[in-house]
Design a protein around this ligand. Structure first.
Ligand code: ADP
Ligand code: ASP
Ligand code: MG
Length: 463
């Protein structure tokens, strides 16, 4: 098969006329080397937030969506008029999407409730506006391009807001839909983030999911490489918004990037990595605004158990739930019952730590799930609570999970000690620790208000 490349451009990269001009240059540069070149785009920056914000407000009886529709229309059409003034049909497509948005918000207002399915129908509109816009801009600049709605290709389950693809069905559709475009020399500009069930109901892959879309299309098209174009020069030692001194990492293993992404580094959606690794595709993270910078190459795990701290990340909005009681010692299956109860609330647990004395179990869940989790546990352990075998089930204020990543870190003596003295030196209190969740990371929990300070203190250890 001819060489195939999937390039994904994020929200900032398609967020203005100036940014889209950069995209056009990047595509023009790559095209001669890649006979099969597919582009995946995010919504313009801020659009998904605006759509979802208006939908939630509508559920509370607010009619702000009219204003949102007007603002989005100005934003999208302003850029369209600048880059592709001739593209009247795209103007009609965008207006139709915004009419649909208003109609859906109106319906949500009447019902007083925004179902996950309705939220997907609404949030998918961001990408369904940006793809025709970018395709028109490319065509206007002389690059034959056509917008493609991923809802017609990516077949998913019906788990709205976090759908998973059926790769076999997706693969068949991708090749039959996109293959002829490659032959014609047309660049497909595909909506990221979006899919649809077998029955054709629109779904989304979760916030930040356009990266995952790029990986899905990479696999579906048998791509050689996937390039994620964003607004920073690759994966860095920390979020540059938190640590201005953060540096680009020229190379990172799949394991390292998985841990970083899973523990909050927004630069790559965590679900992106697995399909790419499994197919042995090359994965790059690059900067649309500095295209000559090589960015970061994600490489297979090379087993080199070398090196110390490479990067540090944090995610906020987490709470620690603790079950405590001396009577817990020896109650069989208490951990299993605990996590089964948590699982019934469909909450995923980021970190677990059980004291060896067995007098307490604590674990970290998103704050927004904390109440539901507590109730589920109170229900499960009603008897034990009444008997005082379990004294309390409590939840903390908002915390952050700070994760230090580096392959081979655990084989390098003294790392944990250095991390804790750096935190001590910065006056940051560590609430809980979970070492050992994987070979290449250490996670610890701090108060949300101290998270940035903790990240900066640990970043000081990176040489
Ligand atoms: P896109 O819209 O291109 O997908 P995102 O906003 O989702 O972009 O992700 C890029 C952002 O991720 C950067 O602007 C940066 O602030 C943030 N980020 C967090 N951690 C890191 C990191 N370790 N390296 C690079 N960027 C990071
Ligand atoms: N537009 C979606 C979001 O903001 C998906 C993405 O940009 O990756 O979450
Ligand atoms: Mg992103």
């Amino acid at each position: 098969m001819k060489k195939t490349l999937v390039m994904k451009f994020g929200g900032t990269s398609v967020g203005s006329a100036a940014a889209i001009r950069r995209v056009i240059e990047v595509v023009k540069t790559a095209r001669p080397d890649w006979p099969r070149l597919a582009v995946v785009v995010s919504a313009m920056s801020g659009v998904t937030d605006a759509l979802l914000g208006a939908a939630h407000a509508a559920a509370n009886g607010e009619a702000g969506f009219h204003r949102t529709a007007t603002e989005l229309s100005e934003k999208c059409l302003g850029v369209l008029h600048e880059l592709a003034p001739e593209a009247g049909e795209v103007e009609q497509i965008i207006s139709a999407q915004l009419d649909e948005f208003s109609a859906l918000c109106h319906a949500i207002g009447v019902l007083g409730e925004a179902s996950p399915r309705a939220l997907d129908a609404i949030s998918s509109l961001g990408e369904r506006m940006s793809a025709p816009l970018v395709a028109a801009a490319l065509a206007g600049a002389g690059v034959p391009a056509r917008a493609v709605d991923a809802a017609q290709i990516v077949v998913t389950d019906a788990v709205y807001q976090s759908a998973s693809p059926d790769m076999e069905a997706t693969q068949a559709r991708a090749e039959s839909r996109l293959g002829p475009m490659f032959v014609e020399g047309v660049v497909p500009v595909i909506t990221g983030f979006v899919g649809a069930t077998k029955a054709g109901v629109v779904t989304t892959l979760g916030r930040g999911g356009s990266d995952f879309s790029a990986a899905i299309f990479g696999v579906a098209l048998g791509a050689d490489e996937v390039w994620i174009w964003t607004d920073v020069s690759g994966v860095m030692t920390a979020d540059p918004r938190v640590v201005p001194a953060a540096r680009t990492l020229p190379e990172l293993t799949f394991r390292e990037i998985s841990e970083l992404a899973f523990y909050g580094a927004k630069v790559l959606h965590p679900k992106t990595i697995r399909p790419v690794v499994e197919r042995g595709m090359a994965l790059w993270v690059k900067n649309t605004f500095e295209p000559a910078h090589p960015g970061t190459r994600i490489v297979p795990d090379n087993g080199a158990a070398r090196g110390a701290v490479k990067a540090v990340t944090a995610f906020k909005g987490q709470c620690i739930i603790t079950l405590e009681g001396r009577g817990m010692i020896g109650i069989p299956g208490i951990a299993a019952r605990t996590f089964a109860a948590v699982a019934r609330t469909k909450t995923s647990v980021a970190i677990i730590s059980q004291a060896s004395s067995e007098q307490s179990i604590c674990f970290v869940v998103p704050c927004k799930a904390a109440d539901a989790v507590k109730h589920a546990l109170e229900e499960e352990f009603r008897l034990e609570l009444a008997r005082r075998d379990i004294d309390s089930i409590t939840s903390t204020d908002e915390c952050a999970v700070v994760t230090v990543v580096g392959a081979g870190m655990r084989h390098t003596p003294g790392i944990a000690g250095r991390v804790f003295s750096a935190l001590g030196g910065a006056g940051v209190n560590v609430v809980a620790i979970a070492q050992g969740s994987s070979e290449c990371s250490i996670s610890l929990v701090v108060d949300a208000g101290e998270a940035d300070e903790a990240v900066r203190a640990i970043h000081g250890l990176i040489v």
